[in-house]
Design a protein around this ligand. Structure first.
Ligand SMILES: Nc1ncnc2c1ncn2[C@@H]1O[C@H](COP(=O)(O)OP(=O)(O)OP(=O)(O)O)[C@@H](O)[C@H]1O
Length: 566
């Protein structure tokens, strides 16, 4: 609860203060109402008590909707703050291991539930429910205190009896989502939800007839969450029986004493209401909206720390001085993987040369690219730039020195010009980059997404040309190392060879690393390296490797034969 209160305070101090004041004010009103009713009955002159009663009644009517408004606003602020924190936690770490960790993506699903509302109401809504339940619990305590002013034991007895019920119900209302089963169901529900609503999935869902499957998966996992909640929150019968007995005795005793007490009718009316109102102690504060909200706040806190830890990379202060790359006895395993992807890899890439990397699927080509971009660090060995370990370089400067077209490059839903230079560049440079890659598909200001007014979409190959233009624009801005991971896989054969030849012309002087399965492109590189079993199996120019008659030649001949046959 402390974490939650702290999160409210940080979300919006003014609203949080108003929210708590309103909780307390509203909690006091039922006791005040009981007192005023008693006074009205007892008083000879009814004017004062009537005004008092009317004021309390009016406050009850005004404060409740006001509290509702404040709750919704505060909930929206808290929700935005949590979203900001999650986005910062995800994008902040310099590495990407935290985004690929199964444990952390599970945690992210728990944290995001406050906003998706798959297994509970979204925060803006649940804040009102939380407010109501807190008011109720505190109002019950206020009535018990009022009752204690008549007979201390009556307040204590009824207060304790209803508190016991509170614990029973609380136990039953509490549902820990922090279990592998719940996380799994939440992730599957979120995943299938995205499949249903995101356009890229829309094609396959329809073509492969997966609509029913998607709905079934979503419903199944949602139902699973409902069942798990039901199992966790079922009332235990024996506990219920005991509590009912305690309540019957306590209430019987208090009301019997009240009935037989020789006090005035007004006093009796006040304390009878207080005795009834104490029951709110049992039911307030139990609202099922509170635990999920607390868990979302806690999960966001935990993610902040754990993502920073898992995605951390050591960062030096040296400024990169050159673009020659060297892998020295590099070994690399993904976290929790039992087999290394790279194992004793040695490779020199002289500055200003181009190197193509080939190998079967899963040989570790993209992994090599990730190490050059320093998205991961080697498990052992070093990657060096001009003889300097990348770990000792200033990371921002290093990243400014490298540009890449990744296999799964991003298709930004932004204007064409921002797709070429996301952080800005002169119009002249943007146009030059687009011209060099034959990517002038739209007006510079046209958004590359059909989801926007006047927006357009591109074909796979056209998108690749735009991604190549982005890399060229980065070279213009100072990047000296260019990494291309299957950059032309979606271009037609003629376009591919032309595009790569032109790209190399425009990046003359850069160190270029190309990953490709298309040998027409590969052969244009100064040198080619065949990756096998985590090591460099062959290294040389196209002619040298063909003459060596090894793995490269086998792969090249296979592809050439297929084209000749076609
Ligand atoms: N984030 C990851 N976590 C765990 N294992 C991974 C991860 N990414 C890749 N791998 C594994 O590492 C190995 C090498 O993958 P990588 O993507 O580097 O291969 P590749 O040579 O680029 O393959 P392809 O030609 O299919 O693109 C594969 O066995 C893959 O399953």
């Amino acid at each position: 609860m402390g974490d939650f209160a702290g999160a409210l305070w940080r979300a919006h101090r003014g609203l949080a203060t108003a929210w708590w004041i309103l909780v307390l004010a509203q909690a006091m009103l039922p006791a005040a109402f009981a007192y005023e009713v008693g006074s009205l009955i007892a008083a000879a002159d009814k004017t004062g008590p009537l005004i008092g009663l009317g004021t309390v009644f009016l406050l009850m009517q005004i404060l409740a909707p006001l509290h509702g408004q404040v709750s919704t606003n505060l909930g929206a602020h808290l929700s935005s703050r949590l979203q900001d924190r999650l986005i910062t936690a995800a994008t902040g770490p310099p590495g990407i291991a935290h985004l690929e960790s199964a444990a952390l993506t599970g945690e992210l699903a728990v944290a995001r539930d406050f906003d998706l509302g798959i297994s509970g109401p979204p925060l803006a809504l649940s804040m009102g429910l939380i407010a109501g339940s807190l008011v109720e619990a505190l109002a019950g305590a206020g009535q018990a205190i009022l009752l204690a002013t008549w007979h201390w034991w009556a307040g204590a007895l009824l207060g304790t009896a209803w508190l016991a019920t509170h614990w029973l119900l609380r136990d039953a209302a509490r549902w820990s989502r922090d279990t592998p089963e719940v996380r799994y169901a939440q992730r599957r529900a979120e995943y299938t939800y995205r499949l249903a609503v995101d356009p890229p999935a829309g094609k396959e869902i329809r073509l492969f007839g997966l609509s029913d499957w998607t709905v079934r998966q979503f419903v199944h996992n949602r139902q699973k969450l409902v069942d798990l909640r039901w199992q966790a929150t079922k009332l235990r019968q024996r506990g219920l029986g005991v509590t009912l007995a305690v309540l019957t005795v306590a209430n019987g005793l208090v009301f019997w004493t009240l009935a037989t007490d020789a006090t005035a009718l007004g006093v009796k009316a006040t304390f009878a209401q207080a005795a009834i109102g104490t029951a709110a102690l049992a039911f307030g504060g139990l609202n099922w909206a509170l635990p999920p909200a607390i868990e979302a706040v806690k999960a966001a806190d935990r993610l902040d720390r754990s993502m920073a830890e898992v995605g951390a990379l050591p960062c030096g202060s040296r400024i990169p001085s050159g673009t020659a790359l060297r892998f020295r006895h590099v070994r690399f395993s993904y976290p929790n993987a039992d087999k290394p992807v790279l194992d004793g890899l040695d490779l020199d890439i002289p500055a200003g040369t181009s190197l193509a990397v080939v190998g079967v699927n899963g040989a570790g080509k993209t992994t090599l690219v990730k190490l050059i971009c320093r998205l991961y660090d080697p498990t052992a060995g070093t990657v060096e730039a001009d003889g300097v370990d990348l770990k000792t370089l200033d990371l921002t400067s290093w990243r400014g020195n490298v540009t890449a077209v990744f296999q799964d490059f991003i298709r930004y839903q932004l204007p064409l010009k921002d797709n070429v230079a996301p952080t800005g560049a002169s119009e002249e440079d943007i146009r030059a980059a687009l011209a060099a890659t034959d990517a002038e598909f739209a007006d510079l200001d046209t958004v590359l997404s059909k989801g926007y007014d006047g927006g357009t979409d591109l074909s796979g190959g056209q998108w690749q040309r735009v991604a190549l233009a982005r890399a060229l624009a980065a070279v213009k801005q100072g990047a000296g190392i260019v990494v291309l991971d299957e950059p032309t896989a979606q271009l037609d054969i003629k376009g591919e060879t032309e595009a790569f030849t032109r790209f190399l012309q425009h990046t003359k002087g850069c160190t270029t690393i190309l990953v490709s399965h298309r040998f027409g492109t590969v052969r244009q590189a100064d040198r080619i390296c065949v990756l096998d079993n985590g090591k460099v199996a062959e290294l040389g120019s196209h002619d040298e490797l063909m003459a060596a008659n090894g793995k490269y030649r086998t792969m090249f001949d296979l592809q050439a034969a297929r084209f000749q046959h076609d």
